[in-house]
Design a protein around this ligand. Structure first.
Ligand code: NIG
Ligand code: FE
Length: 382
């Protein structure tokens, strides 16, 4: 195993609440794991040395919400929105058609391209959902494709009710044969709980079935309007309630007292020209917040965590520190992971080196490609 010393770091953002930000620090990794973090003057010997030249080092981003397995394109829908049309979940059907028509090899190649795009922007852990197949076989193969890229796979058969199927029949299918086929390929179960998708009763039924099958829950909730999704996430002990753009005071209190992470997805508000979630309200109430891209062809076709950090700081009342924390430590919490999103001994050696002295530049210099190097499990990948 080779050890590597990262020396001459500008600011080290560790993501470790015990010592979150260090100046004059160095990091040593050994094989795929962080071995040592401390003052550069006390750094141990290592086989190799990387001179960070005063750049910022932080944990690889943890993108805890992405829909990467799809085919087709919805450029026209985006352009129509930018001339005033509202976003509606109905657009999902065109992606479903294209996805069903695509070969496994095409889905895998497209997913690989998006994962590579993410890696180049510093994302070393990504969650990938199904949800554009909506038949037993198309959901199963979507998850099989996703499993080749991440262990964070999510069964989202309950994305919308497919055309030509009665809602009650579809809910029975999702919670029965589709779940049976998908559970071996998935860690999580998710439901799009929203008007035009699945109501509270359907959401509770599907999530409960998934949990009985050994999956853990996460929920799309409060994207387009207030609804029962957040309360159900808290009641069932989901890891995360995602979107959280429209929340009642009771939702905010329930998130704070249950410890369910609120995962905010500002790429969706950007791309649907909608008001952003109020991160300040959540953080001030004591809610754990994560930031993720929601990368998908309909509502948020960005793969960039730095872009989401910049939006969160400029539009959602987050400080740069809070936004970087949400994109690393927060994402790890949303996936119930303690080995990623943090630079501390024992954690996975996932590091991002910036062409900037501080993580503040991620928001201060929006749109600028600041990611200089990416290391994943101790190997340089970018
Ligand atoms: O998270 N909200 C539901 N699903 C996606 C959008 C999917 C689509 O429009 O294709 C989302 O925003
Ligand atoms: Fe989503």
């Amino acid at each position: 195993m080779t050890s590597v010393l990262f020396d001459e770091i500008g600011v080290l953002y560790t993501g470790d609440p015990e010592a979150e930000e260090l100046a004059g620090a160095a990091v040593v990794i050994d094989g795929g794991t962080v071995a040592w973090v401390g003052p550069a003057s006390a750094a141990p010997e290592a086989d190799e040395r990387v001179d960070v030249e005063g750049g910022c080092v932080l944990p690889g981003f943890v993108d805890s919400h992405a829909h990467l397995v799809f085919a087709g394109d919805r450029t026209g829908e985006f352009a129509a929105r930018m001339s005033g049309r509202p976003y509606t979940p109905k657009g999902i059907h065109s992606t479903v058609e294209a996805t069903r028509a695509a070969a496994d090899s095409e889905l895998a190649a497209r997913t690989a391209a998006l994962v590579a795009e993410m890696l180049a922007q510093g994302t070393t852990t990504v969650e990938i959902k199904s949800g554009y197949g909506l038949t037993v076989e198309d959901e199963r193969r979507s998850l099989a494709v996703a499993s080749a890229f991440t262990e964070e796979t999510t069964f989202l058969g309950a994305h919308v009710v497919p055309r030509g199927v009665a809602p009650d029949d579809y809910v029975r299918l999702v919670a029965g044969p589709m779940l049976d086929a998908c559970a071996p390929h998935a860690k999580w179960i998710d439901v799009f709980c929203e008007r035009g998708a699945f109501d509270g009763e359907q959401t509770r039924h599907i999530l409960s079935a998934g949990m009985r099958a050994g999956l853990a829950a996460r929920v799309h909730a409060g994207q387009l309007g207030e609804g029962p999704g957040v309360a159900i996430a808290c009641e069932l002990g989901a890891a995360s309630a995602d979107h959280c753009t429209h929340l009642s005071d009771a939702d905010v209190e329930a998130l704070a007292s249950s410890g369910v992470v609120a995962t905010l997805l500002p790429g969706a508000e950007f791309s649907t020209r909608s008001p952003y979630p109020d991160a300040r309200r959540l953080i001030d109430a004591g809610v754990e917040v994560a930031l993720a891209t929601d990368c998908n062809p309909g509502s948020s076709f960005t793969s960039s965590m730095p872009f989401c950090i910049a939006l969160a700081v400029r539009e959602m009342g987050m400080t740069p520190l809070e936004a970087v924390r949400a994109a690393t430590y927060g994402g790890a919490r949303a996936l119930r992971r303690t080995d990623v999103g943090v630079v501390r001994p024992g954690a996975r050696a996932d590091l991002v080196l910036l062409d900037a002295p501080s993580y503040v530049h991620l928001a201060y210099r929006p749109g600028v490609p600041l990611v200089r190097q990416v290391w994943r499990e101790g190997r340089r990948v970018v």
